[in-house]
Design a protein around this ligand. Structure first.
Ligand code: ADP
Ligand code: ZN
Ligand code: ZN
Length: 680
């Protein structure tokens, strides 16, 4: 007597509405069982699932048979399935897509079960014989940990840069493992490649065998190994990027989200989930404590504290009593026109060089407008495939489109009028480095040598190992001035840097992106946190900002390192404008052969939405081309939805899904919904 097993597989097309497929099995298979099933001509990995709400009821004999479970792997837990079900529903994707994307790509291979068997058989990892020495906790750290011990959370650990948040995470994990030696902790970081220090610190404290990592920079076999170690409950600590939020952790007791404000916690393709938001959901679901840590929390999390949904734990003091750097604002209105580096900033950098200290000069954007322009006509280095400007790369004298990659050598003369005088508009990091070298040509280091300037951005670190090499040079003191984009501000521990300068941050103040000021404050505060980490120099450390808007409240708050004041001002503005977190948004994006088709699809979707649940509480705006309208000959447009009620927006989106699937249009390439988009 065989039976029907419901299985989800990674086929968005088949399961457009998220329904599991039906298969025949000899014995009932428990939901969560990992198995192999036939799909068309292929054999794919699937997960046995609960029966859908309205199952069609074929007899087992009409169905294709399950090919067999993946042996040695226990079923995925009910909590895991609920997490996946929630994410699929909330972010408007199919169950199969979310579930299968959360599993390591190699799971289908036979060696998965062999590996599982070997790991089951191996002796459990021995506790570390001589755990590393632990520092004496600061008063702030002690208070935070005490508060966490006596409360369910979620917690927002609002700690200044250098206040020792990592030590709090380590102790929270330690406390968890003391209570329950089998428990597991999940620690999320925005970019694991930039934080090998963190992994080293966890391994040092808990032993290398207890810690595994999960991120996209790993090879498939490595990922499979880590995943199985977590799934079998052998790994105590899983350290990972956003994808790790879906790790199977049968004994999950704690989730840490470090730098919780970081935009990279939002997945930008497929199921566009927020790992930070899912962490809070998962914590509640599994009774695990959740710690969100940041020196500049997202306004969403800050507001959640205001409303009593999260508990805010403050750590205002830097470890070792080093103070945060003094902020110097340079009013660029008082400088000669065209000034790149103001004389007082140059003098301050010069002093650092002369004293043998390091400076960090950063731009809040990659290659800030290094677009070529003709001085005689209106020609600019536009991309012929995109509605974007190509960027001038001096090193190989090319024009590169940063969106579609289209590359050409710089023309000898203006393609439009023949004028030979074509020059960069604005300035990129390459030009900055060059200008700085000229301006500091006469400055000498303590040993009499010339100043050494290095550039660090996505270009200079593209080759494997280049980032590590550059970081090592900075750490070794072989660089006097480091020029770079925001990547230099992320989490690096540059002990000898005593001056940080933002030379042109104003564009973010009046951006069309309403989150741009929030990003800028965070970026500047994180950058400031790079300075003065070395207690010996802490008091001389400075953060310089050149601006045409010195009276802007953002800079007033920055001067005092007063995030709460900045957040209060921003939240007031957001509330008045009914913007998130006071409203909830979703985007419908469409890609098509022509802009007309993309917009016609969105228009049809908007018209079809009038009768949907919640439509009286959801505002549907007009379709617009995306900021970057055309990428590699594909036209892109979007439609914004807004509501004061999250449940209303959710109900609306759920009702809209089948309607969208039913809309067919010639020339339409694809569409997708982005719930809680980070940029509109
Ligand atoms: P944050 O993540 O809050 O910016 P870190 O966790 O990196 O700060 O801590 C800053 C520095 O202080 C690190 O070098 C860390 O080893 C050190 N540190 C943290 N806690 C203590 C402590 N209680 N005693 C001594 N040093 C500490
Ligand atoms: Zn011209
Ligand atoms: Zn292009």
């Amino acid at each position: 007597m065989s039976c029907v097993t419901h299985v989800i597989v990674a086929t968005p097309a088949h399961s457009a509405l998220g329904e599991p497929l039906s298969y025949r099995s000899e014995l009932p298979l428990a939901p969560g069982t990992l198995l192999r099933v036939p799909l068309g001509q292929r054999e794919v990995c699937g997960v046995a699932w609960e029966a859908p709400a309205e199952p069609d009821s074929p007899t087992p004999e009409q169905l294709k048979p399950v090919l067999g479970p993946l042996e040695g792997l226990p079923p995925l837990s009910a909590a895991w399935r609920q997490l996946v079900g929630f994410a699929a529903g909330y972010y408007q994707r199919s169950l199969g897509e979310v579930a299968l994307a959360a599993l390591p790509p190699q799971l289908r291979a036979l060696d998965a079960t062999q590996l599982a068997r070997r790991l089951a058989r191996a002796a459990p990892p021995a506790p570390d014989a001589a755990p590393a020495a632990r520092p004496q906790l600061t008063a702030d750290q002690q208070q935070a940990l005490q508060a966490m011990a006596g409360d369910a959370g979620p917690f927002l650990l609002f700690g200044a840069t250098g206040s020792g948040k990592t030590e709090v995470y380590l102790r929270a994990v330690e406390a968890l493992l003391e209570r329950d030696a089998e428990a597991q902790a999940l620690v999320l970081v925005p970019e694991i490649n930039l934080t090998p220090q963190l992994q080293a610190r966890f391994e040092e404290r808990f032993g290398a065998a207890a810690v595994v990592s999960l991120h996209s920079g790993m090879t498939n076999p490595q990922r499979l190994r880590s995943w199985i170690a977590a799934h079998l409950g052998r790994a105590r600590i899983v350290l990972g990027t956003r994808m790790a939020i879906f790790a199977s952790l049968p004994r999950l007791g704690l989730i840490v989200v470090d730098e919780e404000h970081d935009p990279s916690y939002k997945q930008q393709e497929g199921a566009r989930y927020s790992a930070r938001d899912l962490a809070v959901y998962r914590g509640r679901l599994e009774g695990a404590k959740v710690i969100l840590g940041s020196a500049t929390p997202s306004l969403e999390s800050w507001q959640a504290c205001d409303r009593g949904r999260y508990r805010c734990l403050e750590m205002p003091t830097r470890v070792g009593a080093g103070s945060l750097p003094a902020v110097r604002i340079v009013n660029m209105n008082h400088q000669p026109r065209g000034t790149l580096f103001s004389p007082p900033l140059l003098a301050a950098i010069g002093q650092r060089v002369a004293r043998g200290e390091q400076s960090l000069v950063f731009l809040n954007r990659r290659g800030y407008a290094p677009v070529l322009a003709c001085t005689a006509c209106d020609w600019r280095s536009e991309c012929s495939h995109c509605s974007a400007y190509r960027v001038f790369h001096k090193i190989d004298r090319t024009l590169r489109c940063h969106h579609c990659g289209y590359t050409e050598r710089v023309p000898r003369a203006c393609p439009k009028c023949g004028n030979v005088d074509i020059a960069p508009l604005g300035r990129g990091t390459e030009r900055l480095e060059e200008q700085l070298a000229e301006l500091l040509a006469d400055t000498r280091r303590p040993d009499g040598g010339p100043v050494r300037i290095a550039r660090m951005d996505a270009d200079s670190t593209r080759h494997k190992g280049a980032l590590e090499e550059q970081l090592a040079q900075v750490h070794a003191g072989e660089v006097d001035v480091l020029v770079g984009t925001q990547m230099v501000t992320k989490g690096h521990d540059f002990r000898r840097i005593t001056l940080v300068a933002a030379v042109n941050p104003d564009a973010a103040l009046f951006s069309s992106d309403f989150r741009a000021p929030e990003r800028l404050f965070s970026l500047l505060e994180q950058a400031a946190g790079r300075a003065g980490r070395d207690a010996a120099h802490a008091d001389a450390s400075e953060m310089w900002v050149q601006t045409w808007n010195p009276e802007h409240p953002l800079f007033t708050a920055l001067k005092r390192h007063d995030f709460p004041a900045f957040a209060e001002q921003q939240l007031k503005e957001r509330q008045q404008a009914a913007m998130p977190p006071f409203a909830y948004q979703a985007l419908l994006r469409a890609e098509a052969r022509t802009q007309e088709v993309a917009q016609a699809f969105l228009q049809a979707a908007a018209s079809a939405s009038e009768a949907l649940t919640g439509s009286d509480r959801v505002v549907v705006y007009a379709p617009v081309p995306m900021t970057v309208q055309r990428v590699a000959n594909v036209e892109r447009a979007q439609l914004l939805l807004e509501s004061g009620s999250r449940p209303a927006l959710q109900a609306f989106l759920a009702d809209w899904q089948p309607v969208l699937h039913g809309l067919r249009m010639k020339g339409l390439i694809r569409w997708a919904v982005d719930v809680d988009p980070l940029a509109i």
